[in-house]
Design a protein around this ligand. Sequence first.
Ligand code: FPP
Length: 229
Amino acid sequence: MSSTDVKHLAIIMDGNGRWAKKRGFSRTKGHEKGADVIRDITTYCATNKEIDTVTFYAFSTENWKRPKLEVEFLMKLLDNYLQKELKTYQENGVRFKAIGNFDVFSQALQKRIQETEKATKNNTKLIQILALNYGGRAEIVNSVNKLISTGKTILTEEDISSTLQTPYNDIDLLIRTSGEERISNFLLWQLSYAELYFSPTLWPDFSTKELEEIIQNYKTRTRRFGGIK
Ligand code: FPP
């Protein structure tokens, strides 16, 4: 293990709609293809020795602004994905975890999320986190409120880190596809020292080959964590 290992990889998947439009398909087709790519990348990460966690931004708190039909389609796709994926998770030793606020999801979807987490909890090759109805600021505020409710009045960074929904490693590498160069309220706390990589590829065209190239590029960077090297 070296400081140039990617232990926690985070991905903002962007460009499903543009991918579909370029081909004359409906946007939903782009999301379907996007879900297949999540599977490929997850399977690859499970076999890559240095990656222990991969977090995907699957639905942000802002995504509710999309047309109702598209939101409904995304919810259905997620439910189908988790149902189908269980086999892939078990075969590849992947532990599934969801972060975000699921209270607004249907009971059936909430149950599917809980059951998938439970069924995969002993898998050890990789943790796959899906951020669903997730917002980075909300995650920090929830954490602070939790600490205040225990009577704490002075908080440390450690207090906050350990009460986030993702008390896992900080992120080493963040990739955003489709040429957009924004963080969009994703994992704000955990990204503090991450290396950022913006790819022009639309998410449905993203491949394990490109991921390997990006990881190689990451290894040429010097991470100083605020110090001098
Ligand atoms: C951005 O494309 C993508 C999302 C809304 C999130 C990612 C969603 C998926 C990959 C679909 C399935 C997810 C799961 C977990 C089954 P966009 O629609 O913003 O693309 P655009 O910017 O080109 O319009």
